[in-house]
Design a protein around this ligand. Sequence first.
Ligand SMILES: Cc1ncc(COP(=O)(O)O)c(C=O)c1O
Length: 476
Amino acid sequence: VNDFRRDGHALVDLLADHLDAMSRREGPVLPSARPDELVQRYSDALSSPTDLMSLARAVLADSNHLHHPRYVGHQVTAPLPATALLAMMGHLLNNSMAVYEMGPASTAMERVSLRWMADKLGFPAGSDGVLTSGGSLGNLTALLVARAAARAQHGERPLAIVTSKQTHYCVARAAAIMGLGEEGFVPVAVDERFRLDPADLSRALDEVERRGRAPLAIVASACSTATGAFDPIGPIADIAAARGVWLHVDGAHGASAAIAKRYKHLVAGIERADSVVWDAHKMLLVPALVTGVLFRDGRRSYTAFSQAAAYLFDGDDAGRRWFDVGMRTVECTKRMASLELYGALALEGEAALGAYVERMFDLAKAFADEIAAAPDFELATPPDCNIVCFRHVPPGVADLDALQTRIREAIVTSGEYYLVMTTLPTGVYLRVTVISPGTTRDDLTGLLETVRSALTPGPSPPGGEGRNLVRRDASE
Ligand SMILES: Cc1ncc(COP(=O)(O)O)c(C=O)c1O
């Protein structure tokens, strides 16, 4: 216990110093090291004993620094430090959550957090759900429930998921896991702003019928991963209702718009969805992974996993003890993720979280305006939220795709910014998610300057001595 107390204090000091350094924009965002070098180094280090602080310092130095205001990469937030402390507490207590007795406080916090999410989405009193580990697992969970509903409707007829070409790949993975086959995934066209085209949705649903299948679900994105486009949920819900098809909204990133006064219109109609996935680790300032899976009809949340496990669930109401959360998820042992989400709500409050979402969306819009006004930059599309895709188009460059790749590599290697890339039908684009709470307008303006000068030889920026040869794109 004495070691724990000593190391705990030292570790918090180290991390507090790190947060201070980040606010001063010190050091590289992503330290540069080749994967094989790093594996070798960590492997070699095992041959001699170390202490916790030496290990912690090494990990800190070798990690991607999401609290750096110039982290504008994948959609993972820089958590509120207090929620990281709560996460540490959760890891120590290690309550495993499948049954109430194995996590009484975390079960209570999960129930309250889900109720809050459901209310924010505009779901009715009978709605319910579960927290699970990530949007991918959350979408699978919701789609398993949708499949149970489709089976009840259509018997053994083969099923198909209908969704836009821009939907996150985890939906196709869910289809593969459910064994739907290639015919079981029918893509819908998007408009020029990458939003699902409702007219083509009707065609796709007809296509499902022609293939002798029945629709398992329509999946709308709020928003899409690559460009942050919000599908028009209202018109999609009209089609789903007219045809009696389950509507699932993947709000992993963008459901948080529901708490931002000036942006909640982006998710108008989400209350009509049968199920919604909402990642708290994307836009609610909590550590990964915390995902809400919500069902408008809360009773549905049991229907994917009705296997009996008498040793765990010896309850009433056909085993449906609402307080045993393991009845509703793929997971059995599950970490106390509710502690961080509930903690963010309890410590910061909904208004502060909503203000953070608004500020990130506002910054991205201002950044996009700046890009649109610069003749040597091209915006892929005006952003709906805090994801911006753009490219540098200086005169006289034949291969613009290769240019973006080289620019990104140079910037990430220098450690000045961390940004990613995506490939759209019109080519390769640099991709920014404004998500780190410390990011300012100047950081974003500075990024354009950094892009312009990335391939011009000049003095080495901080942390620029390494090489980063790993290609990263927007496939989180
Ligand atoms: C729209 C969308 N859905 C699902 C996911 C997957 O979520 P997770 O990484 O939490 O599994 C992402 C990740 O970026 C996403 O953007």
